[in-house]
Ligand binder design. Structure first.
Ligand SMILES: [Zn+2]
Length: 412
């Protein structure tokens, strides 16, 4: 909406923000299992977009409505990502001549990137190049996979498999020495590197177990400057303390959730890395995209891995949700922990209802019906944006074995 005149942007923003703020205050619709975000989050999201598109016009709103500064800092990034996603996916379908003739509404159109216009030339409006079946994904046989793999000629030399390297960097704090030793001994990062080997990456991707100091509250993060995932010892230390001693009431198994939470978080950061390295267009929050990529990958291999990651990541966010909910939590770039738990569960359930039936009955409620659709939507996006970067024959090898068995990581 911010692509058109200021008037339209202004009215749309004020209307939507007002409506969402009202709904938030009455507390209506704050159901976390609902397919939409809670209103408070949508309210912050809209303000954030508007602010980034025009800080001068919308700055006062951001100040008056108390958007926390940590979110403001991220708004420009959010906006640029949406713009890139728009350019890559929607702009090619816009008839530029027709748009220019549309009169006042397009008072100040942003010039279309040349690449988008070129892509649009001589191309039918929509749909003809869509994958014919949703089922084209990692789950199919190699023969079929080869048949549907786009040629991606530009990848030939620059994008190569076997480019994930890992390291355990010795922490300075004494309190983290034990975690460092146990992690190193477990070899969990080496397993991740082998698991990720088929990815054809444009550069080396580093995964570091590392002391994160003031960034430790992030638990882990991807640095685009270093092409590195920082996986914090502090997080693993907290996980060691907080993991359940016995099987929980909901059926979470200690060894499974401990490993699953770690692998889930590592795959989430991998999702961020893919968005960066493959220039994956993202609408909505990148954090949600990273969660979807993580869970989608976990669901494509043996079913125990699907269960380990779904329940591990799910348990992590569920536990967090039960201790941390406060209002300006909605301003965060991440979805709330409860939403993240349900997003993982919904994809797992959408892919294989029987395996996640108990948790789905308890938590997903009305959303359960839509989870197959949600799963298929993610599958489509993954097939189009990430699958072209997977080496097919190496993938076959990776698929042939089992990954991240909790019994291999007794840890204590
Ligand atoms: Zn993230």
């Amino acid at each position: 909406m911010t692509q058109f005149g200021d008037q339209i942007a202004w009215k749309t923003l004020m209307g939507s923000a007002w409506y969402l703020a009202q709904t938030t205050m009455t507390g209506a619709g704050a159901d976390f299992y609902y397919v939409r975000d809670p209103e408070a989050r949508r309210f912050y999201g809209i303000l954030c977009m508007a602010y980034a598109s025009d800080p001068k016009t919308f700055g006062f709103l951001a100040r008056n409505l108390d958007i926390p500064s940590r979110r403001i800092d991220k708004c420009i990034e959010d906006f640029v990502r949406v713009q890139q996603a728009f350019d890559a996916t929607i702009l090619p379908h816009v008839d530029h001549l027709a748009a220019e003739g549309a009169g006042n509404v397009v008072a100040s159109p942003r010039p279309a990137p040349v690449t988008s216009i070129l892509r649009n030339l001589g191309r039918p409006m929509r749909g003809s190049r869509e994958m014919s079946a949703v089922k084209i994904a990692l789950g199919l046989t190699l023969a079929l996979a080869v048949a549907v793999f786009p040629a991606v000629p530009a990848l030939a030399d620059d994008f190569r498999p076997n480019r994930v390297v890992v390291d355990y960097i010795e922490p300075r704090s004494d309190s983290l020495q034990g975690v460092y030793e146990r992690m190193k001994k477990s070899g969990v990062l080496e397993e991740l590197a082998r698991f990720m080997a088929p990815m054809r990456l444009p550069t080396t991707l580093r995964i570091w177990a590392i002391e994160c100091y003031e960034d430790a509250e992030l638990m882990a993060y991807y640095s685009a400057q270093e092409h590195a995932i920082h996986f914090c010892y502090e997080f693993v230390g907290r996980l060691e303390k907080s993991r359940p001693a016995d099987v929980t009431e909901e059926g979470f198994v200690p060894a499974q959730v401990f490993l699953g939470a770690m692998v889930g978080l590592l795959l989430h950061e991998t999702g961020h890395a893919f968005v960066d390295l493959f220039k994956v267009p993202v609408f909505g929050r990148e954090e949600d995209a990273a969660d979807q990529i993580a869970e989608f990958i976990a669901l494509q291999f043996d079913k125990d891995l699907a269960e380990t990651v779904t329940k591990g990541a799910g348990w992590l966010w569920l536990t967090d949700a039960r201790t941390m909910l406060y209002l300006d939590y909605y301003a965060e770039v991440h979805s709330t922990s409860m939403e993240r738990f349900l997003n993982y569960l919904c994809l797992g359930y959408g892919n294989e209802p029987d395996r996640f039936m108990d948790l789905a009955d308890k938590f997903l409620k009305a959303r359960a019906r839509r989870c197959t659709d949600e799963y298929q939507q993610v599958e489509k996006a993954f097939t189009k944006t990430v699958l072209p970067y997977v080496d097919p024959s190496m993938l076959q090898e990776v698929r042939a074995r089992r990954w991240f068995a909790p019994s291999m990581y007794e840890w204590r």
